[in-house]
Design a binder for this molecule. Structure first.
Ligand code: HEC
Length: 138
């Protein structure tokens, strides 16, 4: 009986610790108002080969199988000054956020959905896709 209670207590302590650990982690980011786009912990290194597959899976429906864009859906990503200009990190944040149709920066009146409409997409997968897109600019 006593042992059982101890076990439960231990569980609660572990859970509480996990919660405060998470909270402590996200707080410094939230406290920095100057950094509008907080960087992920460490710079992600994208894998262009994996990115090619991921692009086909998650982005090609709108941007086309060759990334040259599809009329009325997504823009050409192989010859985009926007893609060329942005750093990998800025592009990562762009893809995470997307660009709504009423965004003043929107150029087509068609929305770019956050993460291409796939909330499950990880930062690593997006970094891979960005590495793949970079291969068009060499
Ligand atoms: C549902 C369709 C759709 C999907 C899926 C989609 N996009 Fe887009 N994307 C768009 C549209 C539409 C635009 C153009 C927005 C505008 O007019 O500014 C766009 C714009 C972009 C731009 C900016 C290009 C520029 O020159 O301004 C990038 C970069 C981009 N998408 C990357 C991606 C990536 C990476 C994926 C896959 C993870 C993806 N998109 C999936 C529709 C889509």
């Amino acid at each position: 009986m006593n042992k059982f209670v101890k076990l439960i207590l231990a569980g609660v302590v572990v859970a509480a610790f996990a919660l405060t650990a998470c909270g402590g982690d996200s707080q410094p980011q939230a406290q920095k108002p100057a950094a509008k786009a907080p960087a992920p912990k460490a710079a992600l290194v994208g894998d262009a080969a994996a990115g090619k597959t991921e692009y086909a899976q998650f982005c090609s429906a709108c941007h086309g199988p060759d990334a040259k864009g599809l009329k009325g859906l997504g823009k050409d990503l192989t010859a985009s000054d926007f893609v060329k200009k942005l750093s990998d990190e800025e592009l990562l944040h762009y893809v995470i956020k997307g660009r709504a149709a009423d965004d003043p920066l929107n150029t087509t009146g068609i929305p770019m959905p956050p993460k291409g409409g796939n909330p499950a997409l990880t930062d690593q997968q997006i970094a891979d896709i960005i590495s793949y897109l970079r291969t068009f600019y060499k």
